[in-house]
Design a protein around this ligand. Sequence first.
Ligand code: SAM
Length: 264
Amino acid sequence: MDPISVQNYLKNEQYRQGDHLDARIQLHRRFSVNPTVYFEWMYDILDLQAGMPILEVGCGTGEIWRTNLPRLPDVLPVTMLDLSAGMAAAARATLNHDARFRFAAADAQHLPFSNGQFEQVIANYMLYHVPDIPLAVRELRRVLIPGGRLCAATNGRTHMIELHDLMQRFGLRVSQQYDFTARYGLENAPRILGDCFDHVEVVPFVDRLFVTDAAALMDYIRSMVGIWHFDPEGLTGIEQWVAGEIRDKGGFTIHKSGGVVLAW
Ligand SMILES: C[S@@+](CC[C@H](N)C(=O)[O-])C[C@H]1O[C@@H](n2cnc3c(N)ncnc32)[C@H](O)[C@@H]1O
């Protein structure tokens, strides 16, 4: 599979609409141990001020804004962009009553904006999907005003390692194309962003999952169709194993590693 067909997969399958992403967000919402919701934590880090023009690339279903809607300044021009028209539509459906938001379907590698338009650019858990990451980072830098800041979140190498080990133990195979953190992870982000920005800072979000509902975990696993290759027997085995853990130990602990990377 070459990077072009991976983009087709992202646009037309994985992120054709919001359901796969929602299943993953729901698992984190329901079973994260840290009482602070990630999207509230990152919103505080953004420190948005009234009137600041903001761009979010790879906006997905608009979860940052949905979560923090009551806290937004009255005047905040936010442009939300996603490669998938279905995702841009999902974000619009959530937020379009609100005049602060406008929406676009476009590729982070070729942003349809002139230079120096935004005070902050947000790329939340998306850069690892981009075929040419350095090109996208140059684009994100280009559309920032001088001194503007990028907030580009990602996972670390050990993120959800217990789940990935479990999936492999039951014979599920992962596509080599999707070694996300090798492409853009907490460990290599400073080098990747450092090519375009003078300052880079990694701010980890400390958390883990304690999953007490096997069905919710299975929804999460199934949402990764095309990234992981499933067989029905393997899926049944995983569900039974997780149900056993919940019965015997009360839940299944899954380590998380993630956070935001700020660059300016
Ligand atoms: C893991 S989701 C994250 C969504 C959202 N930022 C969030 O945190 O909920 C990744 C998103 O990036 C989008 N995406 C992938 N490649 C992209 C690209 N080259 N340009 C713009 N968006 C892209 C996907 O369509 C998807 O909506």
